[in-house]
Write a protein of this length. Structure first.
Length: 402
C-alpha cells in the first residue's frame, strides 16, 4: 500500500450489521490513505423492512454498487436462491472495483454470498464480530463459516478471539477491537425526548418498553407460538410498547403479521415501526424502562445504558451477558415475571459492557494498515491452520483493546 491508497470495500446487507459498520464506513471514507467503496444488498432494498438503504444515504454515504433483488422470507428455498443470485451480482461488482480488502460484519445469510464471491475472486476478507455464539439460530453456523472464509478478524472480546483461535486461525490475523457498533454511543448526538415522542407518537414520561423479536431460525416450527406467548405477556402488563419489525429471516412475515394485529388492537399504547433507524433506536434506550425480545442489541448496546433487557428464549444462547440481562423462557408467565423484574431493576450505577468501549473503528483502521504494510496479498490469502495445544492455546492474539 506504500505510495498509493489502499482499496477497501465494505458490504452491508441488513439494518443490524449496518449499525456495526457505520462509523468504520465514515472513518474509512474520510481517510486519504484509503480508496473506499460501499456495496449495499439484501433487505436494505425491501419495502416491507423499511427501505433501509435510505438510512445509509441519509448518513451521507455514496452507494457504489446496488445488489438488488426481491426474495420471500416465507420460503427457505427463496432465501437460498437469493444467496445464489447475490453471489453472481457481487462477483460482477467486485470484479469491477478490484478491492484489496472486503469488510463484512456479523452472521447473516447475506454473508455467504459475499464470502463465496471473495474466495473465488481471491480477494482478502475481514470479518467483524466473529467468535460469538448464538445457539438458537443458523447464524451460529454462518458466523463460523465466514470466520474460516475470512483472512482478518476483529473480535469483540478475548473470549470471542479465543474461539477464533480454536478454529485454527493464526494469531497475527486476530485483533480484539471491540464491536464498532458501540462507537455510535460515543460519537452520535441522541435525539431529544421531544423528538422521540414526535417520532413514535407516545408520551415517554409514561413507562415504555422497546420490543424487538426475531424469528429463531432453528425453531421455525415454534416461532408463531413464541410470538403469541410474547404478545400475551405484553397484553397483561400495563406499559406502552414501541415494537419494531423483525429481521428479514425465514418466518419473519408471520411475526410481522402478529405484531401488526397486536398494534391495531392497542392503538393508544402500542406503536409498530418497520425500522426506527439506528439513530432513533439507540436514542430510545435511555428513554425507555426496558427492552424486551430476543435482539442482540439487548446484549450489545443496552449494557452501556444499564438498561434492563428481558431476553426471551434461545436466540442469544451462548453469548456473553452483562448484569442487565434478564433471561426468560418463551412462555407468557416467564416473560411477565421478567418484565416485573425489569421494572424494579436499579438503573443507577455502571454496567460493564463486555463488547467494547466505543473506540473500535480506530483500532480496526490501524490494524488493517499495519497488516497491509507488512504483508503482501499472497501472504494474507494463504492461511495456515494452527493446531491448539494445551488449555491456554485458545489465547494469544496480535492486537487487543487498550
Amino acid at each position: 500500500m506504500q505510495g498509493r491508497p489502499l482499496r477497501i470495500c465494505a458490504v452491508t446487507g441488513s439494518r443490524g450489521e449496518y449499525g456495526a459498520l457505520r462509523w468504520l464506513i465514515k472513518d474509512l471514507s474520510a481517510d486519504p490513505g484509503v480508496r473506499f467503496k460501499l456495496i449495499v444488498m439484501g433487505s436494505h432494498w425491501l419495502k416491507d423492512y423499511g427501505f433501509t438503504y435510505r438510512e445509509i444515504e441519509k448518513d451521507g454515504f455514496s452507494i457504489d454498487a446496488r445488489v438488488v433483488g426481491d426474495f420471500d422470507t416465507r420460503s427457505a428455498v427463496s432465501l437460498a436462491h437469493a444467496v445464489g443470485r447475490w453471489t453472481a451480482k457481487l462477483a460482477d461488482a467486485l470484479d469491477k472495483m478490484k478491492p484489496e480488502l472486503v469488510i463484512v460484519a456479523g452472521d447473516r445469510y447475506e454473508l455467504l454470498a459475499v464470502g463465496a464471491a471473495c474466495l473465488l475472486l481471491l480477494i482478502p476478507m475481514a470479518h467483524i464480530s466473529g467468535g460469538e455464539t448464538t445457539e438458537g439460530a443458523i447464524d451460529e453456523q454462518i458466523r463460523h463459516a465466514v470466520t474460516k472464509m475470512s483472512h482478518l478478524h476483529f473480535a469483540s472480546n478475548d473470549l470471542s478471539a479465543g474461539r477464533i483461535r480454536q478454529m485454527g486461525e493464526e494469531p497475527w490475523r486476530i485483533c480484539v477491537s471491540g464491536d464498532p457498533g458501540l462507537d455510535t454511543l460515543r460519537r452520535l448526538k441522541f435525539l431529544t425526548k421531544r423528538e422521540l415522542e414526535a417520532l413514535v407518537g407516545l408520551d415517554l414520561s409514561k413507562p415504555t418498553a422497546l420490543c424487538t423479536f426475531h424469528p429463531v431460525t432453528l425453531e421455525a416450527d415454534r416461532n408463531e407460538r413464541h410470538v403469541k406467548e410474547l404478545l400475551k405477556a405484553l397484553d397483561r402488563v400495563s406499559l406502552q410498547y414501541v415494537l419494531t419489525f423483525p429481521n428479514a429471516d425465514h418466518g419473519s412475515h408471520r411475526v410481522a403479521a402478529l405484531l401488526k394485529r397486536f398494534a391495531r388492537n392497542h392503538p393508544k399504547t402500542v406503536r409498530l415501526v418497520p425500522s426506527l433507524g439506528q439513530h432513533a433506536y439507540l436514542s430510545l434506550m435511555p428513554a425507555v424502562k426496558m427492552m424486551i425480545g430476543n435482539s442482540s442489541s439487548g446484549l450489545w448496546e443496552a449494557p452501556s445504558f444499564n438498561l434492563p433487557a428481558v431476553n426471551i428464549g434461545n436466540r442469544q444462547k451462548g453469548r456473553l451477558r452483562a448484569k442487565n440481562i434478564i433471561d426468560v423462557e418463551c412462555a407468557a408467565p416467564s416473560i411477565i415475571k421478567g418484565i416485573r423484574r425489569g421494572l424494579s431493576y436499579p438503573r443507577r450505577g455502571i454496567c460493564r459492557n463486555p463488547y467494547g468501549d466505543g473506540r473500535s473503528s480506530a483500532r480496526i483502521q490501524k490494524f488493517i494498515k499495519r497488516i497491509f504494510s507488512k504483508k503482501d496479498r499472497e501472504s494474507i490469502l494463504k492461511k495456515r491452520f494452527v493446531t491448539q495445544r494445551g488449555p491456554g492455546g485458545a489465547y494469544g492474539v496480535e492486537c487487543r483493546m487498550g
